[in-house]
Design a protein around this ligand. Sequence first.
Ligand SMILES: Nc1ncnc2c1ncn2[C@@H]1O[C@H](COP(=O)(O)OP(=O)(O)O)[C@@H](O)[C@H]1O
Ligand SMILES: [Mg+2]
Length: 226
Amino acid sequence: MRICKCREDKSLDAKLQFARIPQEYRQSRINNFEINLYRTDEGKERAAIAKRVAANFVANYPAMKEQGKGLYFYSYQKGSGKTRLSCSIANALVKKYKADVRFIRFVDLLNELKNSFSGNGDVNASELIEAVKNIEVLVIDDLGVEKVSEWVEEVVTSILDHRLNQNLVTIITSNSTIEELDKRYQQGRVRSRVEKMTFPVWMPEESIRSLIAQQENEEIQDILFR
Ligand SMILES: Nc1ncnc2c1ncn2[C@@H]1O[C@H](COP(=O)(O)OP(=O)(O)O)[C@@H](O)[C@H]1O
Ligand SMILES: [Mg+2]
C-alpha cells in the first residue's frame, strides 16, 4: 500500500508539532547556519567544526542511535548558536528519519517538576517526565543554568539515567563545560552520565544574537534619523 504524500506531510507536521521546537528555530537548518557571521578566526573555525559535526551527526544518525550517543553544545557566551544548531539537528531528524523528538528548556522542565511536586507530591504522575524519559531524541536546552536543589538533581539524574540505560539519544546545550556540571550538580552523577551520553562541541564565544540586533538597528537608523 502506498501512503499518499499529503498524509505523509501531515504526519511530519504532527511530529514537528509534538517536538515543540520554539517558533524562532522552526525554520533553522544546518545548511543555513552561517559561519561568516562570527568575527574572529577562532569563532569561524569552531562554528565550521560545529556545523560539520551537526551534519555528520544527522547523516550517521542510525549509528548514533545504535550507540545512544548525543551531542553537548556549550559556550559561556549567550547567543552563540547553541540552541539554533540543536534545533536544526532536531528538525533534520524529524524530516529525514521521522524521528520522535522533544525539545525542552531546562527551566521549563524544572518548573514543571516543581508544579507536580507541589500538586500531588508525585513526580511520576507528570506525563512530561515520562515523555522526556522515553522520547527517541530529547533536546535539553540550557542545562544547569540555575542552581538546583537536591531533589531536582535527583529527578534530572533519573531522567538521564533512564535514557542512558535505554541507549536513547540526548542533545544538550549548556553554558558550561561538562566538567563544570559538577559545580552545579554536586552529587556528581549528572556529569558522569552526560559524559557518557554525549560528544562535546565547543561553540564560538561570540553572540550572533547581539550582532543581528546591531545590524537591524543600523538598518532602521536610516529611517528613524531621517
Ligand atoms: N551561525 C548562525 N547563523 C545564523 N544565525 C545564527 C547563528 N547562530 C546564532 N544565530 C541566531 O542568533 C540567535 C541566537 O542564537 P541561539 O542559538 O539562540 O544562541 P544560544 O543558544 O547559544 O544562546 C538566534 O536568533 C539564532 O537564530
Ligand atoms: Mg540557547
